[in-house]
Design a protein around this ligand. Structure first.
Ligand SMILES: NC(=O)c1ccc[n+]([C@@H]2O[C@H](COP(=O)([O-])OP(=O)(O)OC[C@H]3O[C@@H](n4cnc5c(N)ncnc54)[C@H](OP(=O)(O)O)[C@@H]3O)[C@@H](O)[C@H]2O)c1
Length: 303
């Protein structure tokens, strides 16, 4: 990439933008914009941001990601997930800026029984999914095949608002937890996704591609693996009982796809590699959480 050109990342400090920031490290070619810096629903602000000719690529990680809240707040979700990607795409077209847009497995209905190809017609079953599908369409309608749309699933990070963090919290405060075992997908580290996005940008990939870690799990499998590894590395001090339950015993406002495994063949071909297995990246994430925890405990011990 031209060293005078910059990549603008929206939606900071979300899970994905934080992972991208860690990957970028000291590289000054990245700009991470919070909602206060750049509200993606503000047409003029988006256009003004892209009128800065040093920007060659926008990575839109900003989204309304509260899946259940979106059921009662479809208009707000629609503005951020459905309309705003179109505003970014228009500004990208007018300023000849490349656009990378991040989307979700929730654009599918979960009735597939083999890994879902990028070209499979979308059929969302929740407001979140419908708004994300609308956003994808706006980007495609505006930029055609010039945009890169990356769908991912079951994203987690070392942050505090994701399934891993929730499980660690519950496992350290309860003796027993129930976890749904009839929804299948692939837990995906934000680091894997961030790395893949950087490499897809570097090789000028366009079109719609799927990026997740490798393998398949239910939420129950994921919880059991979190528990096993967390106990092994000392992140949890006591074992808890984890029971599998059907989705029908854990009703949520938004319906979830029961099968969300995404086919990554086109991404693997573009990148020339397979994504790591989800258990491998889960261990790396939990080790990083444990290292931060020990550091904090040592610092507090010193004060
Ligand atoms: N999390 C998952 O499991 C998952 C799964 C599949 C796909 N995805 C997709 O992956 C992408 C990244 O997700 P993530 O987990 O990193 O999301 P996240 O952690 O929820 O971060 C989203 C960020 O977007 C910001 N944002 C919301 N509205 C905005 C606006 N109008 N203008 C600017 N920023 C705004 C949020 O700020 P506030 O905190 O101020 O709201 C937040 O910082 C999203 O496109 C999401 O749909 C996520």
């Amino acid at each position: 990439m031209d060293s005078t050109k910059k990549v603008l990342v929206t939606g900071h400090p979300g899970q994905l933008s934080t992972a991208l920031q860690k990957i970028a490290g000291e590289d000054t070619g990245w700009i991470f914009a919070t909602r206060a810096d750049l509200d993606i629903t503000d047409r003029q602000a988006v256009r003004a941001a892209l009128d800065d000719h040093s920007i060659c690529t926008v990575v839109n990680t900003a989204a309304y990601t509260a899946v259940d809240a979106a059921e009662a707040d479809a208009a707000a979700a629609g503005l951020v997930n459905g309309e705003a990607p179109g505003l970014i795409a228009e500004a990208c077209r007018e300023t000849e800026t490349r656009m990378v847009h991040v989307s979700t497995d929730f654009v599918f209905d979960g009735t597939a029984c083999s890994p879902i190809l990028p070209e499979t017609p979308v059929s969302p079953i929740s407001e979140y999914g419908r708004t994300k599908a609308a956003g994808e369409n706006r980007v495609r309608d505006t930029l055609g095949s010039n945009a890169l749309i990356v769908r991912t699933a079951w994203l987690y990070s070392t942050g505090t608002t994701n399934f891993v963090a929730t499980m660690l919290r519950l496992m350290s405060t309860r003796d027993r937890i129930n976890v749904v075992d009839d929804q299948l997908g692939t837990p995906t580290s934000s680091h894997t996704l961030g790395r893949a996005i950087c490499d897809l940008i570097a090789c000028d990939t366009t079109g719609t591609h799927h990026v997740t870690d490798s393998g398949v799990a239910s939420w129950y499998d994921f919880a059991v693996a979190i528990h096993e590894i967390a106990l092994e590395i000392g992140l949890l001090s006591k074992a808890v009982r984890i029971d599998p339950i059907p989705t029908s015993e854990f009703p949520t406002p938004a319906a979830r796809p029961s099968y969300s495994v995404l086919d990554k063949t086109s991404t693997d071909a573009a990148l020339g590699r397979h994504a790591p297995h989800w258990r491998t990246t889960l261990r790396e994430c939990l080790e990083s959480v444990e290292t931060s925890r020990s550091r904090r405990a040592n610092t507090e011990g010193c004060n």
